[in-house]
Design a protein around this ligand. Sequence first.
Ligand SMILES: *Cc1c(COP(=O)(O)O)cnc(C)c1O
Length: 373
Amino acid sequence: MNGLFDERIDLFAIARHYLITYSTVTTYFRPTIDAMAGYVPGEQPKPNTTIIKLNTNENPYPPSPAAIAVLQQLQGEWLRRYPDPYANEFRQATSDVLGVPTDWIMVGNGSDDVLNVIIRACAEGGRKVVYPVPTYVLYRTLAAMQPADTIEIPYGADYRLPIDELVAANGAVTFIASPNSPSGHGVAINDLRQLAAKLSGVLVIDEAYVDFADETALPLVREFENVIITRTLSKGYSLAGLRLGFGIANPALLSGLFKVKDSYNIDAIATLVGAAAMRDQDYKNACAAKVKASRAKLAIDLKQLGFQLWDSQANFLLAQPPRNNAEPIYLALKERGILVRYFKQPGLDDKLRITVGTDEQNQLLVEALIHLV
Ligand SMILES: *Cc1c(COP(=O)(O)O)cnc(C)c1O
């Protein structure tokens, strides 16, 4: 009998299985993917556990009530059809709030999606990806996937932008997170302006934490066609679970990016809920003000415990314990139900990145730390 259950087909399947399992040559993946390390996100405990979560820089306050009201009124009909590929409801809200034209805005499934689109559109092989380190680890992951050559330029101890080295590296894409993670420092707009003027490739200014900062580099998108600013609703707007971010740039730069992005990368719910959150600037600013006040308070408490701190323009603090025992402290806090971020890598493995929580959460953290430093 021939057909689907033919013995020969089974033999092929078995042979293939052994080839893939035991051969060092055959795998399912491109060599690049086999060689790379995947991005390791911060731990995400189940909602409503009593964990105090200060490890992935979420906002401790709930999303805007106006955004929640929109979510609760959504009709099933909105979900039956494909969403608007350009998320125009959200683009209009963002345009009104920031004073940039709608066609200067590209919306993404989180700003990570926008970063991914930029790399896919602009970088490969010798078209290099350049960024100062330490910074957001995802830049490395995205470049490794493409793949594109990566040049990492160390920040000095003072976190001044290494402009000459960045220019010399001549990236097709240069990433600057400002405020930066995990250091929290903001990069001066004049340094970014100098860099933009000297680069021929794309300069991405990642403003994921701008809502907690004193300064924005937004004016640079009008001065330089090669500058794109990326932002997110995950941090300032308390909507990390919604997955909504955006890039702002000259339409000439966005035109190539639009070719690369998934047609329906922003779902119908995110567009409408995000638009309501964007229009509620008063609420967002009030939450950010509370976070900034708590940041100052937490910094004082940590300094009193002997921690060394870096000035932060973001909703977290990079903190070095007096005895440099960051890993044991991280583990002991975790034991007590308090999660902070520990990066096991040179230059960071003696420090903790601590998200600013509510004053109550920060107080519990400080009380736990008294016994650990
Ligand atoms: C959190 C973060 C992002 C990603 O934000 P999403 O919009 O949630 O994808 C981007 N850049 C930096 C530096 C971040 O810390």
